[in-house]
Design a protein around this ligand. Structure first.
Ligand code: SF4
Ligand code: F3S
Length: 106
């Protein structure tokens, strides 16, 4: 299963969603998650993300482990997104900022 991590928060470029063959991305106010029940592990979304936010679960950096549960939980409550849209307006400014979990909006 692939997992969206902190780098997506406050950016939400959405390039990832248009390539997913099973439409398993779900959209919140300033973050996207992958539904682990839908992901078929194809990996095509990974190189699409300008923020390098998507990892295979086994390759997650140690400080991003919490995002396994965050993706699973929020995929249950947020709607599917399968068409790309404009990134958040200040996405570039936030793309390289660390410690963004505190800004996650549900
Ligand atoms: Fe979708 Fe494939 Fe990415 Fe999973 S790995 S979220 S199936 S594009
Ligand atoms: Fe987020 Fe990257 Fe997709 S920033 S919306 S995971 S393209």
């Amino acid at each position: 299963t692939f997992v969206v991590t902190e780098a997506c928060i406050r950016c939400k470029y959405t390039d990832c969603v248009s390539v997913c063959p099973v439409d398993c991305f779900h959209e919140g106010p300033n973050f996207l998650v992958i539904d682990p029940a839908g992901c078929i592990d194809c990996g095509v979304c990974v190189p699409e993300c300008p923020a390098s936010a998507i990892y295979e679960e086994a390759d997650l950096p140690v400080d991003q482990q919490a995002f396994v549960a965050i993706n699973a939980r929020l995929a249950q409550q947020w709607p599917v997104i399968n068409a790309a849209k404009e990134p958040l307006s200040d996405a570039e400014q936030w793309a390289d900022v660390k410690g963004k979990l505190q800004y996650l909006e549900e």
